[in-house]
Design a protein around this ligand. Structure first.
Ligand code: NAP
Length: 484
């Protein structure tokens, strides 16, 4: 399917109660191609009334869905996994169009995103409880795990598919119904996914999708609605904090997957080929627009020059352009604001004494492109060492020993992912234990894996997605005491 065909086919309504509708005031929201700045299409933009209708549908479907046999929920997820895999090319192209990532990476996201549906299809039939005798022998303790209830899911633009399936998969498996609000910049992939779930046989009301340009006005009443039981959010730390405060009135169950500031630590004993390969993956996946993106490269003094030279050569060889073009490895940033932020962070580092080894500029013309950039001699106090860069920029700082590496690595309010390259087993253990992060990649530049618990500590949030832990976020434990 080509671009026009895919855009002609994608649903652009609100998906509520199993059907497609216009918004109550017929408002539409433009979806832009970040590689050109052109409007691709428009989608219905929900009003607060539409948001409420979506929650009405989720509430109405909750009891029936919770009572569905686990095997039926598992089979449904499996069917959705197979449909998504069969349509990988369509979904990949759609994602590249609305988000910008190169097609090869979009295909990677479809495979990764689909795996959550397969993984949780396998978990749906393994939700158990336990039976115990109380210590005094007087009673029996039965525990059961039940669906939390209707869930509100708010997702970001950087992984339009996977950030959704990582929540939808376990919620469907656990027996929860949901209202999903995708990022307003990338609603198309989620709308297409809703269509796919309907085709797979998901009953009306279990999954509702409401893109909107009036985000705060539509979300606040839902977060405050006493029928909602859980909020799960992936996005920036400031919005996450705002939502935690908002959800406090109802004491909602909350999961927060927030921002990161990942250190990428290379010790002198590391395999430098593997470290450079890992650096490319950890930095350049999604043009650096990933919460797990390596944000600070900390390299031990004896190898820092060689690492910088090799890494910069690889960065300079990247091909920047529209993600649909053959051979392109780096797409545009999401919008002009994001590109301006990246440019300012680089300018600030350079003013503070950093050297530009390669790149260092925004590209002219249409779209929001920025050159792959390596900066050497960056001071730890520079703004881009403290904030998420969210762009293809790699600042490198040298360190002397393990203590200094750990001090620099942990010197951040964030705690999502960290990467370490070393061949020393003792150091692997010491450093992995001492890093204050939810995920550590050792000698690998990717930590995301559907079979592993994804999530952070400190200001990167709480809750885990994926792995056997992922379904717990959608279940609550009930205990029944039985006198024999
Ligand atoms: P964002 O600005 O926080 O937006 C995320 C979502 O929240 C969007 O759907 C957005 O809607 C919505 N939102 C904005 N204001 C809201 C409000 N007042 N009430 C309710 N919802 C609101 O983040 P982003 O720029 O899209 O995404 C990038 C951030 O996500 C980065 O910080 C990144 O690290 C983080 N992230 C974290 C993970 C993780 O798993 N830890 C994964 C991916 C990304 P609109 O689009 O309509 O504004």
């Amino acid at each position: 399917m080509n671009e026009q065909e895919i855009l002609a086919k994608v649903p652009t309504g609100l998906f509520i109660g199993g059907g497609w509708r216009e918004s109550a005031d017929a408002a539409r929201l433009d979806v832009e191609d970040p590689a050109t700045g052109a409007v691709l299409t428009t989608v219905a933009s929900a009003t607060p009334q539409d948001g409420r209708r979506a929650l009405d549908a989720a509430v109405a479907a909750q009891a029936g869905w919770a009572a569905t046999a686990p095997r039926a929920r598992a089979e449904l997820l499996r069917t959705a996994f197979e449909l998504l895999t069969a349509r990988a090319e369509e979904f990949a192209l759609l994602m590249t169009l609305e988000m910008g990532k190169p097609l090869a990476q979009a295909r990677g996201e479809v495979a990764y995103g689909a795996e959550f549906l397969r993984w949780f299809s396998e978990e749906a039939v393994r939700v158990g409880g336990r039976w115990a005798t109380s210590p005094d022998g007087a009673t029996r303790l039965l525990t059961m795990r039940q669906p939390v209830g209707p869930v509100l899911m708010i997702t970001p633009w950087n992984f339009p598919l996977a950030m959704g399936t990582r929540k939808i998969g376990p919620a469907v498996a656990a027996g929860c119904t949901m209202v999903v609000k995708p990022a307003s910049q990338t609603p198309l992939t989620m709308l297409a996914l809703a269509g796919l779930f309907a085709e797979a046989g998901l009953p009306p009301g279990v999954l509702n999708v409401v893109p909107t340009a009036r985000t705060a006005a539509v979300m606040a009443p839902l977060v405050g609605d006493s029928r909602l039981r859980k909020l799960t959010f992936t996005g920036s730390t400031p919005i996450g904090k705002h939502l935690v405060r908002q959800s406090a009135d109802q004491l909602l169950r909350v999961s927060m997957e927030l921002g990161g500031n990942a250190p990428f630590v290379v010790f002198a004993d590391a395999d430098l080929d593997a470290a450079v390969e890992g650096a490319m993956l950890a930095k350049m996946r999604n043009m650096g627009e990933a919460c797990t993106a390596a944000n600070r490269f900390l390299v031990q003094e004896p190898v820092v020059e060689e690492f910088v030279a090799r890494f910069a050569a690889r960065m300079a060889a990247e091909r920047v352009g529209r993600g649909t073009r053959d051979g392109v490895t780096v797409g545009p940033l999401i919008d002009a604001t994001q590109r301006e932020k990246v440019a300012q962070l680089v300018a600030d580092a350079v003013a503070g004494g950093a050297d530009v080894v390669t790149g260092g500029s925004a590209l002219g013309g249409a779209g929001y492109f920025y050159e792959p950039t390596v900066l050497a001699g960056v001071r730890p106090e520079a703004a881009l060492m403290r904030e998420e860069i969210f762009g293809p920029v790699a600042p490198v700082t040298a360190f002397a020993d393990e203590d200094e590496a750990l001090r620099l690595a942990n010197d951040t309010e964030y705690g999502l992912a960290a990467y370490v390259f070393t061949r020393d087993l003792g150091r692997t253990v010491r450093v992995s234990e001492a890093l204050e992060f939810g995920m550590v990649g050792v000698n690998q530049g990717i930590v995301s894996n559907p079979a592993a618990p994804f999530g952070g500590v400190k200001q990167s949030g709480f809750g885990r997605e994926g792995g056997p832990e992922g379904i717990d976020e959608y279940l609550s434990v009930k205990y029944v005491g039985i006198a024999p």
